[in-house]
Design a binder for this molecule. Structure first.
Ligand code: 13P
Length: 251
């Protein structure tokens, strides 16, 4: 279902006390605000229960950063979709470029994770985006099309309805070099076009497309004002409560 979303991906940062402080500060700053979007925090897995406790008493939603592609059993170190569901986690990031790069997760493997999340009623935030050299060779449309078709186009209509896509150009992540609003709009419109071709306009119009990559309090408003940008997946700027809330208030 299409909605405006700002999600903070905390990545592998903060100790427990710091995470608790950040969740509390964000929840407190959002209290009583007239929000134009859904607000999601995605802490490290170890802190999810703490975060869902805050979510129970605030407007916050909670997302995990990763999930296993297996159901249960002898998979040391893994966390299943059922486990996330049992903590009332709402979302889960899948296919972040850092997982694609450092953990060699490919589109077919990620498709399995998407399935497990949907089976357990969680909303996948499926990430796509090209490397700098791919953009320089003007191959970014092909890369993103492949990531989306191989990772998601096995889903039926009702499954597809329950996911979010985040476009995160790898060259913009953690670099301070954000995509321009025009670049973001161009590729978001392209992604929506792919969905129109596969599932039809109605479903494409119901799909939430987030932008991620050096999105912060200074540039969020312009990015979010693009017609096909429905919000953001925020890294560095989500680690400071004041700045994150400024991003949240950028619609
Ligand atoms: P930055 O906002 O730090 O560039 O990170 C973006 C990101 O990877 C969110 O998932």
């Amino acid at each position: 279902m299409r909605k405006k979303i700002v999600a903070g991906n905390w990545k592998m940062n903060l100790d427990f006390a710091g995470a608790e402080e950040l969740a509390a500060a964000v929840a407190e700053r959002l209290e009583g605000e007239k929000l134009q979007c859904e607000v999601v925090i995605c802490p490290p897995a170890l802190y999810l229960e703490m975060a869902t406790d805050f979510a129970e008493e605030s407007v916050l939603k909670v997302g995990a950063q990763n999930v296993s592609n297996r159901d249960n059993g002898a998979f040391t170190g893994e966390i299943s979709a059922a486990m996330l569901a049992s903590l009332d986690v709402d979302y889960c990031i899948v296919g972040h470029s850092e997982r694609r790069k450092y953990f060699h997760e490919d589109n077919a493997f990620l498709a399995g994770k998407v399935d497990k999340l949907l089976d357990h009623g969680l909303t996948p935030i499926y990430c796509c985006g090209e490397l700098l050299e791919e953009r320089e060779k003007e191959n970014h449309f092909n890369i993103v099309e492949q990531q989306i078709s191989e990772g998601l186009f096995h889903l039926n209509d009702s499954e597809f309805y329950n996911l979010v896509i985040a476009y995160e150009p790898v060259w913009a992540i953690g670099t301070g070099r954000t995509a321009s609003p025009e670049q973001a709009q161009e590729i978001h419109a392209f992604i929506r076009g792919l969905i129109i071709k596969k599932y039809g306009r109605e479903l494409a119009d119901e799909t939430t497309l987030l932008y991620g990559g050096s999105c912060n309090a200074k540039n969020a408003r312009e990015l979010f004002s693009q017609p096909d940008v429905d919000g953001g997946l925020i890294g560095g700027a989500s680690l400071k409560a004041t700045e994150f809330v400024q991003v949240v208030n950028s619609f």
